[in-house]
Design a protein around this ligand. Structure first.
Ligand code: FES
Ligand code: FES
Length: 154
């Protein structure tokens, strides 16, 4: 049996160790904000945080997650307060179809943890999530806005 937490809730898993975390989140825990895109770790639509770091959940086997703390897009806001990255996404009106955006936001939270004030070059080098709608310019703007918000919010 694997014990883990998802968005602060204690969970257990007794299925196949090789089952990807993405399947567990969507099918067992009923959290559908995290999306299936490529299924091979390339697009980032399935990005969640595992122990505070961004990972692509379609290639993360449940067997590797004993004791792990998982955060999904549903768990990013604290109470009624959106995360600064979510606020920036709304202010810059980033989403088009929206399919990739939960992953974009989760990856950005991690990016800003590692590089609090990234340049455009650093964003392009480190933010590798794909968007079929081509919202990359707005994503870049929203990352800068989120960095500013996080400075003012402390
Ligand atoms: S669905 Fe996981 S990286 Fe594309
Ligand atoms: S907003 Fe449509 S795939 Fe990114």
């Amino acid at each position: 049996m694997i014990a883990l937490t998802v968005n602060g809730n204690r969970m257990t898993f007794e299925g196949d160790d090789k089952m990807p975390l993405l399947w567990y989140l969507r099918e067992d825990v009923n959290l559908h904000g995290t999306k299936f895109g490529c299924g091979v770790g390339q697009c980032g639509a399935c990005t969640v945080h595992v122990d505070g770091q961004a990972f692509r959940s379609c290639v993360m086997p449940m067997g590797a997650l004993s004791g792990a703390e998982i955060t999904t897009i549903e768990g990013l806001a604290k109470m009624d307060e959106l995360h600064a990255v979510q606020k920036a996404w709304i202010e810059e009106d980033v989403a088009q179809c929206g399919y990739c955006q939960a992953g974009q936001i989760m990856a950005t939270v991690n990016l800003l943890k590692n590089i609090p004030n990234p340049t455009d070059k650093e964003i392009d080098e480190n933010h590798t999530n794909l968007c079929r709608c081509g919202t990359y310019d707005r994503i870049r703007k929203a990352i800068h806005r989120a960095a500013d918000l996080m400075k003012t919010e402390g």
